[in-house]
Write a protein that binds this ligand. Structure first.
Ligand SMILES: [Zn+2]
Length: 77
């Protein structure tokens, strides 16, 4: 997960029948570092959702829906 200070809790839902806690969070990260050239960029290309499964929370399974941004690298080389 990204740093917790860059996450926004958008929604949570407890599905008692399926024993699932579903939490939707979005990243508020405004700047990212390119994994290839390490340049910083704030230009967001698009947003997409990742589904993460985590260890059970009490008797409930935990699913995290994480919305993150995909950034453009502005380094021309
Ligand atoms: Zn780059």
């Amino acid at each position: 997960l990204p740093d917790v200070s860059a996450l926004n809790l958008k929604h949570w839902e407890l599905d008692a029948e399926r024993h699932q806690l579903i939490v939707t969070v979005s990243s508020t990260q405004a700047v990212a570092c390119c994994p290839l050239c390490q340049s910083l960029t704030g230009r967001i290309h698009s947003r997409y959702e990742r589904t993460l499964q985590d260890l059970p929370l009490a008797q409930f399974g935990l699913t995290i829906l994480l919305e993150v941004g995909k950034f453009f690298c502005l380094n021309e080389t």
